[in-house]
Design a protein around this ligand. Sequence first.
Ligand SMILES: [Zn+2]
Ligand SMILES: [Zn+2]
Length: 150
Amino acid sequence: MATGTVEALRRHGLRATPQRVMLLEELRRRHDHPSAEDLHRSLLPRSPTLALSTVYATLESLERVGLVTRLSLGEGRDRYDAHAHPHAHLVCLGCGQVQDVPLPPLALDPAQVGSFRYAYSRVVHYGWCPRCQASAKDIGPRRGREECPP
Ligand SMILES: [Zn+2]
Ligand SMILES: [Zn+2]
């Protein structure tokens, strides 16, 4: 067990259960913004009795205390991120890969929102990764259902 992870859990008021430590370490190691299913799949060889429902429940507890951010990009599955530094996301419209990129200067000045208590901003940029640019059929605006050929 990495002491940093155990410390982080305790600082956030969570007991350092083996599942929490394992999931948080895995998420801190990765930069591909995995879904709960992705995490479950990659942790199973190490932890054969790990249930997908446990992965969900553990991620929820980590998210609740702010150790993990959940990303909903409209793909029908949420992704998770344990990298706390402020950053924006670059999403490939072809294959769906998500990268971290620096957060651009925000148009909203948090001091200018009046009595609204500003918390944070999320910025998502869309485009095509180099691999999807090479397979040109995937390039173009995402088609709506009615534009799809029969
Ligand atoms: Zn791609
Ligand atoms: Zn990220």
